[in-house]
Write a protein that binds this ligand. Structure first.
Ligand code: NDP
Length: 419
């Protein structure tokens, strides 16, 4: 039925591609294209005997719009799934517009070089006006709205778990459980243990940038920014147990603040062990998280990229990781004039994921929603022209697809709240 170009062949893409191949009646043909084509070929070779999806591969530098345009024009897909890095979001969106193809990704735009003066000027202005200092934000991609509308194309932003499923949970809560949502707490718990002293579960550069940045939350119509890791809570997660969690800035807060009417507060918490935090602080203190290039014995080195080369490849954590993730949203609000609370979440087992797709649960919980988002676009269930985040679409068919393809939701009408 559909031909899809998938860009990127890392941890998340590996899961999304395998999942697409499980739904070969929709994903009849896919092309896996990435910077390192040998990784695409190795995966394609492994999957071909297991699926009727026709798999081809291609080499592409997704930072280069004309290379992308040439690839898209020769493959002629109905959809481009961007599962490379947030650095490539805008170039891939530009190429999709030029070729008249729908677009989707799993994380919002972030520049690779945060010292670029042109980007910095826009960033500094936004920090002042909006009050949060994360390097990533939606404004860059929202700026494409009119162009996608005029072209009659859809761009679906952030169809992973968080962002992604968490926003579908918010839309679901608003549709079925509340007349008005007052507060949203997004809780992301990884109870997995990979046995290494320090490793990140997805791309280290993106991951470490995110967690070493100041935290922030939305309250009474504005951002409140706090020093990194300065708000800590404990929560007893089903099937995981008691964990420390810390308030972080997270991208879906920005779109939810616009799209959930009258919401008073939105916070995002992620669990971290003490050992992870100590390692991260130490690496930060010695400059290893820096993205500014330094000259070392005649070579230009970006410290965080060098660190990435030293750390275990997130894709290699799969066979070693034991335990579960538990990610979801807790709401307070009003239904039929009465105050109520509601919790919707998913529990995912690292080892079960590995058995199914040779990957740990972090890539799994992102790769499955990426496939489900693509499914919504390809089957016409989500089909308005423009640039949208997940909560702007009907959550029901998406949550149904997640239930079916490996991330079933659970719910509670009497959750313990976070103070
Ligand atoms: P990886 O680093 O494992 O994979 C990235 C892939 O993109 C690699 O195949 C890489 O190629 C390729 N790539 C990088 N730059 C280019 C380029 N210029 N041209 C072509 N290909 C390129 O990352 P992950 O799989 O962990 O993450 C993928 C995305 O998922 C990221 O955007 C991340 O932020 C997002 N994510 C979203 C989550 C969510 O819940 N929404 C959670 C986790 C991740 P090469 O092999 O050559 O390096």
């Amino acid at each position: 039925m559909a031909r899809v170009l998938i860009i990127g062949c890392g941890g998340v893409a590996n899961v999304a591609i395998r999942k697409c191949c499980q739904v070969s009646e929709v994903f009849t043909e896919i092309c896996i294209a990435s910077r390192t084509v040998s990784k695409c070929e190795a995966l394609a070779e492994k999957l071909r005997p297991t699926t009727s999806t026709v798999i081809t591969t291609a080499q592409v530098d997704a930072d280069n719009v004309s290379e992308l345009v040439a690839l898209i024009n020769s493959y002629k897909p109905e959809l481009v799934m961007n599962i490379a890095l947030p650095y490539q979001d805008l170039t891939i969106m530009d190429a999709c517009l030029e070729c008249g193809v729908n677009y989707m990704d799993t994380a919002n735009y972030e520049p690779e070089n945060i010292d670029d003066p042109e980007w910095r000027a826009v960033y500094d202005k936004r920090c002042k006006e909006e009050g949060f200092s994360a390097y990533f934000d939606y404004t860059w991609q929202w700026a494409y709205k009119k162009k996608f509308e005029d072209a009659g194309l859809t761009a679906l932003l952030g169809s992973g778990f968080d962002p992604g499923v968490t926003q579908a949970y918010c839309a679901y809560a608003l549709k079925h459980e509340f007349d008005r949502i007052d507060t949203i707490d997004i809780l992301d718990c990884n109870g997995g243990d990979h046995g290494y002293p320090f490793a990140t579960n997805f791309n280290p550069e993106i991951n470490l940038r995110e967690v070493s940045a100041p935290g922030s939350y939305w309250e009474n119509g504005k951002w409140v920014e706090i020093p990194a890791m300065s708000i800590k809570r404990e929560y007893d997660f089903e099937e995981v147990g008691m964990k420390d969690m810390y308030l972080l800035h997270h991208e879906e807060i920005e779109s939810l603040a616009k799209n959930i009417p009258d919401v008073k507060r939105i916070r995002f918490f992620m669990t971290f062990g003490q050992s992870y935090l100590t390692h991260m602080k130490c690496l930060e203190n010695v400059g290893m998280l820096s993205t500014a290039p330094i000259n070392y014995e005649g070579h230009e080195i970006v410290p965080i990229q060098f660190l990435k080369a030293l750390l275990p490849d997130p894709a290699s954590l799969g066979p070693r990781t034991k335990g579960k993730t538990n990610i979801g949203c807790i709401f307070t609000g009003v239904k039929d004039g009465k105050e109520k609370t509601y919790y919707i979440y998913n529990v995912c087992d690292h080892q079960e994921c590995y058995k199914e797709v040779e990957s740990q649960a972090i890539s799994y919980t992102t790769g499955v929603p990426a496939m489900c988002g693509a499914l919504m676009l390809l089957t016409g269930k989500w089909n308005k022209a423009g640039v949208y985040t997940v909560e702007e679409f009907d959550p029901d068919p998406y949550i149904e697809a997640l239930d079916k393809y490996g991330l079933p939701h659970r719910e509670s009408h009497a959750p313990v709240l976070v103070d």
